[in-house]
Ligand binder design. Structure first.
Ligand SMILES: Cc1ncc(COP(=O)(O)O)c(C=O)c1O
Length: 433
């Protein structure tokens, strides 16, 4: 990459930012007001971008409108949590019904057992399950359970792994991570990860892994890698925790079946709450029984909103009325088609698209991309320029190049999106790597 091309990209990004800001006076004002009472006007770091973040007023189906009146096709799908789109009628009806029956009941309710049954029947290996309010909490609970049952302190994680706001292992790891003693291996590095697990095996409570490194670049695991993690976890006496918070959407039964890997503990989140705050952890009955309040050595598991009626009702409606196996399969084959079409275009410009099924990553690198390490050379300004150019044309993706299709995204949307990328790449020589 030449110096000239980087300068070209920097200039183009500066212009794109300026145009973005000039066209969005309402969002600019709201951001300034929010900055008076929130650090950076923000409460969710991933959504922040300069010069001020996109502010959405409302959404329906696969569309959103920002506070300045610009409409976009939503290809981001709330980082996988928006699988049902913005206004699924069965989910809206279930939430209205739950609202009518009253909130904050401070008791077991009619929903939680039904949602648990649906999840246990759906995901192999999920023998017993408990609910949380987020995927972060689900992973914290799973790892804490692993530490209690093994009596060991440490966990093994992949570099670039994102298991929640307190469990991020990109770069050197987040300074606000939960203080677990973590050893870090490279994703898809069979020999390196095996050595690391063997070296630290005696003190490992758990190995935690995403079947697709989601936030870390939408990088699929290779089968051999997950098979090795399963074998080495067992050999070390550590639990294998598979984080399916994002990937459970990749087949009707989640991603573990695609890889033929059996977790000891499984964590879930995102869309399974129907679009409301959600998390769940579960797995082997002998481990999860530790949370049975009637057990003599019962572990506590608290959370005021763990069984909140709105999430439980929305989750049930989604799984029973919307998400048939056919819907999951067609969602993911549409994602495969998108990735193939993108790669046909991007290869000419030195970019590539990664992922599995309905989870797609776009990178300013030719690939192949097998680990966070392979992404190290990606020029962030190019991602930013693509993001702004797509917004200009009415397409919303994550600034970092992440796409998660909702079931409302159509084949025509996929074609239109690819056409937009073709146009942008053709008109922007500075984007070429
Ligand atoms: C793989 C994975 N695990 C856990 C989480 C955390 O979930 P939540 O944002 O609900 O806390 C995320 C969120 O993006 C995720 O992608």
């Amino acid at each position: 990459m030449t110096q000239v091309s980087i300068v070209g990209v920097a200039d183009s990004v500066a212009q794109a930012r300026q145009r973005y800001a000039e066209r969005r006076p309402v969002a600019a004002r709201m951001h300034a007001e929010a900055c008076e009472v929130m650090p950076g006007g923000n409460t969710r770091t991933v959504l922040f971008h300069g010069p001020f973040p996109l502010r959405i007023a409302r959404g329906w189906a696969q569309r959103v409108v920002d506070v300045d009146g610009y409409e976009y096709v939503d290809m981001l799908g709330e980082y996988t949590a928006g699988l049902y789109g913005h206004s699924q009628p069965a989910i809206q009806a279930a939430v209205r019904q739950a609202l009518d029956d009253g909130l904050s009941l401070a008791a077991h309710n009619v929903y939680e057992g039904r949602l648990a049954r649906l999840l246990v029947d759906r995901f192999p290996g999920l023998e017993l399950v408990r609910f949380t309010n987020s995927g972060t909490e689900a992973n914290l609970m799973a790892l804490s359970l692993a530490r209690v049952v093994t009596g060991r302190p440490a966990i093994a994680v992949a570099r670039g792994g994102y298991h929640g706001g307190l469990l991020y292992y990109g770069g050197g790891g987040s300074p606000i991570n939960a203080p677990y003693d973590a050893v870090v291996f490279e994703y898809n590095d069979v020999a390196g990860a095996r050595d690391l697990i063997r070296t630290h095996g005696h003190r490992l409570a758990a190995v935690i892994i995403e079947p697709v490194l989601g936030s870390g670049g939408v990088i699929p695991a290779e089968r051999e890698f997950l098979t090795m993690l399963r074998e080495e976890s067992t050999a070390a006496g550590a639990l294998l925790v598979v984080d399916e918070v994002m990937t459970s959407r990749l087949s009707p039964q989640g991603a573990c079946v695609l890889y033929d890997v059996a977790p000891d503990l499984l964590t879930l989140g995102k869309y399974l709450g129907g679009g409301l705050s959600f998390g769940a952890f579960g797995g082997r009955a002998d481990l999860m029984r530790r949370f049975d309040p009637t057990a003599p050595d019962a572990l506590p598991h608290a959370g005021t909103f763990n069984n909140n009626v709105l999430t439980m009702a929305a989750g049930i409606a989604g799984l029973t009325e919307v998400l048939s196996d056919e819907v999951v399969l067609s969602l993911n084959s549409r994602g495969e088609r998108l990735r193939r079409a993108l790669n046909d275009v991007l290869v000419r410009y030195g970019w590539c698209a990664t992922g599995v099924g309905s989870m797609v990553g776009i990178h300013p690198l030719p690939g192949p991309i097998r680990s966070a390490h392979d992404l190290a050379g990606a020029e962030d300004l190019r991602r930013e320029l693509l993001f702004f150019d797509l917004l200009e044309r009415g397409w919303y993706i994550a600034r970092r190049g992440f796409i998660a299709l909702s079931i409302e995204v159509t084949d025509a949307d996929v074609d239109g999106f690819v056409e937009a990328v073709v146009d942008i790449m053709r008109d922007r020589p500075e984007l070429s790597v």
